[in-house]
Design a protein around this ligand. Structure first.
Ligand SMILES: Nc1ncnc2c1ncn2[C@@H]1O[C@H](COP(=O)(O)OP(=O)(O)OP(=O)(O)O)[C@@H](O)[C@H]1O
Length: 570
């Protein structure tokens, strides 16, 4: 039962994270920006020069007017623009690839460093979706979309700037004329995504119904199901028709209006430019250059409008990926290593996020080498206490310490040598057997640990467990081998052998006995036999320890444990 979601980065954090990614590759970014600027500047050359050619042709004939030279320069500008833009795009794609890789590795290392208590608390799907769908969306946009949009954006800025410099009045008229495209573009984008999704869904629905009808033709014949199949088919066709008409309507509004809108600034500039020209205030070449600039805006503006939505949704994904950075880190390394192996629980209360207290004022001391069994009805709080003892959760009141140091404050590598929690969830990674043992130990020690837990199948440490997944019993042996290698002084067992069949259970018990040898054991006991064999028994009820003592003590006390024992013994 997990209730929390991971945080999502706010705009400021997203901007800062983007800044860090850019800074990490600043050389490449600088070169890409420079190439983009040069490409956009080169694109300005041709219309300006064409304007000059027109002025040269229409103006007073000057001998040796450099029309040929101007024409050659037009060609050079066009060529330079093409090459620089391609080069900028190429560098942009490479930057995108590298940055996507950085985001992936950054996410992975943050996810691996999340405090165990956070991972326990949040919805498991949330972390998985951020690591897959969200990271993929951001990477895809960085690789395929952002470089093109950046090139287009730079061009738009330069073109708008050029018209304004050419003649401020013409520039303002052109910009006002362009506002229609932005409006209709936004209108279309808001509706397009859901309309196309619905069209896709309707198409696959229709295909499915048709396939079902043809595949079941004989059944339909035998049971005379014509009518119902026809009704279903007609409904699917009607849905497809509706959805196609809806997207057609969108297109028939957007494309003509967009096409038309691109002409509005041209018409405005022609009108105003014409008047200014007649007034003798600007040359014909300037009017032509301004119109060519406005025409050149169409391509890059289309690119930006088309990708706007994807940029928006990817920035939402990026905010979710970056949200991990906002999780408070695991507490800094405890100042001192534990002074002894004694575990002490003092006045502990605990509640899961948003829930009521499930542990109330729990006190308990576990001596080194002791075997303690915790028993109680389902929901009494046994597993929760186990997780607090293992440092997975932190009590909100009171303390859980080992050798005087709060367990939840211990850094992972130190904690692993103190207390290890063994549960039924034995995770096996799609990695080699060696990597699955999760400690840097010599091969000999790994082999010895595997032998001790009876994992005869695990002779080759390079076996890929992704390709040869272990059985449940083998996964449990792996978990026990990990404990041996971590070599903690205390092991907490939560339902460790409950899942196994009896034959496997006997072998597992032998393995377990070998692992537990010479360690403190706190067993969350589901069979009273385990309790009987323990040095002491803690009986839990509704979040409290209501009895604590040896088996014989508790039997003579005739309390809740004695009742449980009598019941169990029949
Ligand atoms: N992850 C969680 N989020 C919220 N509440 C939880 C969570 N885990 C347990 N609880 C609640 O805490 C209380 C104690 O549960 P806990 O699992 O510790 O009991 P238990 O004695 O181990 O029970 P069982 O024998 O069934 O495992 C219960 O009320 C349970 O519903």
């Amino acid at each position: 039962m997990s209730t929390d979601t991971l945080p999502v980065a706010d705009t400021r954090q997203v901007v800062r994270a983007a800044g860090r990614l850019i800074a990490a590759d600043k050389g490449a970014v600088a070169v890409t920006v420079l190439l983009n600027v040069l490409a956009a500047a080169a694109a300005l050359g041709a219309p300006y020069l064409l304007g000059r050619i027109i002025d040269a042709v229409t103006g007073p004939r000057v001998a040796g007017a450099p029309i040929d030279a101007l024409a050659a320069a037009v060609l050079l500008c066009a060529l330079a623009h093409m090459m620089l833009a391609r080069w900028a795009l190429l560098l942009g794609y490479r930057f995108g690839e590298r940055t996507a890789a950085r985001i992936r590795t950054g996410f992975l290392s943050r996810a691996m460093n999340l405090p165990a208590s956070t991972v326990e608390r949040v919805r498991p799907g949330d972390l998985a979706a951020r690591g897959t769908t969200d990271v993929d969306a951001v990477a895809g946009t960085l690789r395929d979309v952002l470089p093109g949009v950046f090139v287009a954006g730079t061009q738009v800025l330069f073109l708008v700037g050029a018209v304004l410099v050419l003649d401020p009045l013409l520039g303002v008229a052109g910009l006002l004329g362009l506002s229609g495209i932005v409006l209709v573009g936004r209108w279309y984008l808001r509706r397009a995504r859901s309309a196309y999704l619905e069209e896709g869904a309707a198409n696959s629905d229709l295909a499915e119904e048709l396939a079902a009808t043809t595949a079941g033709a004989r059944t339909i014949e035998a049971f005379r199901l014509y009518r119902s199949r026809l009704t279903v088919g007609r409904a699917a066709i009607a849905r497809t028709k509706r959805s196609r008409l809806a997207t057609l309507r969108l297109r028939s509004v957007y494309f003509p209006v967009a096409e038309g809108s691109y002409n509005i600034p041209v018409v405005l500039v022609l009108l105003i430019g014409g008047l200014l020209y007649l007034d003798g205030r600007i040359t014909l070449g300037t009017v032509v250059a301004a119109i060519l600039y406005l025409r050149q805006l169409i391509g890059p503006m289309d690119t930006i409008l088309i990708w706007l939505e994807q940029l928006q949704s990817s920035s939402a994904s990026f905010a979710r990926v970056e949200g991990l950075a906002a999780v408070p880190p695991a507490p800094a390394t405890a100042a001192a290593a534990p002074a002894s192996d004694r575990i002490e629980v003092t006045g502990v209360r605990y509640a899961y996020p948003g829930g009521p207290d499930v542990l109330h004022d729990v006190h308990l001391t576990v001596q080194p080498g002791e075997r303690l069994a915790i028993v109680g009805l389902s929901g009494a709080g046994k597993s929760t206490l186990g997780r607090l003892l293992a440092g997975v959760h932190r009590p909100h009141t009171g303390t859980v310490t080992v050798g005087g140091v709060a367990v939840a404050d211990l850094p992972p590598d130190l904690l692993r040598r103190q207390v290890v929690l063994v549960t039924q969830e034995h995770h096996v990674f799609r990695e080699t057997l060696r990597d699955n043992l999760m400690v840097a130990a010599p091969d000999d020690r790994m082999r010895e640990a595997l032998r001790t837990v009876g994992a005869d199948w695990a002779s080759d440490l390079d076996t890929d467990l992704g390709e040869h997944p272990p059985t449940g019993a083998q996964a449990q042996q792996l978990a026990l081998a990990r404990v041996l290698l971590a070599d903690p002084h205390t092991v907490i067992l939560d339902e460790a052998t409950a899942l196994l069949d009896p034959r496997a259970a006997r072998a597992a018990e032998r393995a377990l006995a070998a692992v537990l040898h010479n360690r403190t054991v706190i067993a969350i006991a589901h069979r009273l036999q385990t309790a009987h064999d323990a040095d002491r028994i803690a009986v839990m009820d509704a979040g409290r320890i209501i009895e604590l003592g040896t088996h014989d003590d508790l039997i003579t006390r005739h309390g809740p444990y004695a009742a449980l024992w009598r019941q169990w013994h029949g």
